[in-house]
Write a protein that binds this ligand. Structure first.
Ligand code: SF4
Ligand code: SF4
Length: 158
C-alpha cells in the first residue's frame, strides 16, 4: 500500500514538472560550446590558404576510413607568400561514416581541422560526402555561430 502511495506521489509531482523535451525540428535545444558534431577545415586568413598541408595523418588514423586527402606543391611557397611547401589538393569526408570521435583533430600537427557544431546531415549518400568548400564552410559557420574568429587556433579559445 505504501509503495502504491509513493508511486502516486511521484506521478503527481512529475505531472507538474516542466517538460525537458522540445518539438524537433520546429524547436531545438541550444548546443553546448564543446559539443562535437562533424569536423571542418580551418582557413588561414593571414596567408589566404588552408592550414591543411594534405599530409594524410588524419586519414591514416581515422578509425572509420571515411576521409580522403591529397597533397600538392604549394604555388605560394615558390613565390615566397607562404612557408607551407605542400598544401591540400583534395579533401573529402564521408560524413555518413564519421563517428565524431575527433581523432583527426587530435592527430593533426597543423591545427588545420576542428570539430564543429554541424550534426544534422540527414539525406542520401552523395550528399553526405563533404568536399573542400563544404568543409571550409562548416568551420566558418561554426566559428560564426560560437563567436570565434575564423582560422584561429581552436583549443586555446575554448
Ligand atoms: S571525427 Fe573520427 S570518424 Fe570522423 S573524420 Fe575525424 S577521425 Fe574520422
Ligand atoms: S587536416 Fe591536418 S592531419 Fe589532416 S591532412 Fe590536413 S594537415 Fe594533415
Amino acid at each position: 500500500m505504501l509503495g502504491v502511495l509513493k508511486g502516486l506521489v511521484t506521478t503527481w509531482k512529475t505531472h507538474w514538472r516542466a517538460p525537458v523535451t522540445v518539438q524537433y525540428p520546429d524547436e531545438r535545444l541550444p548546443l553546448q560550446p564543446r559539443y562535437m558534431g562533424f569536423p571542418g577545415l580551418m582557413w588561414d586568413a593571414e596567408h589566404d590558404e588552408p592550414f591543411c598541408t594534405g599530409c594524410q595523418v588524419c586519414m591514416r588514423y581515422c578509425p572509420t576510413g571515411c576521409m580522403f586527402v591529397e597533397m600538392k606543391d604549394n604555388p605560394k611557397f615558390a613565390t615566397g607568400e607562404s612557408k607551407r611547401r605542400k598544401i591540400v589538393a583534395d579533401f573529402t569526408i564521408n560524413l555518413s561514416r564519421c563517428i565524431s570521435c575527433s581523432i583527426c583533430v587530435e592527430v593533426c600537427n597543423f591545427e588545420a581541422i576542428e570539430m564543429t557544431h554541424h550534426h544534422e546531415r540527414a539525406g542520401y549518400y552523395p550528399d553526405q560526402v563533404a568536399g573542400l568548400p563544404t568543409l571550409f564552410q562548416m568551420s566558418a559557420d561554426h566559428r560564426a555561430g560560437v563567436g570565434q574568429k575564423p582560422g584561429h587556433e581552436t583549443r586555446n579559445l575554448l
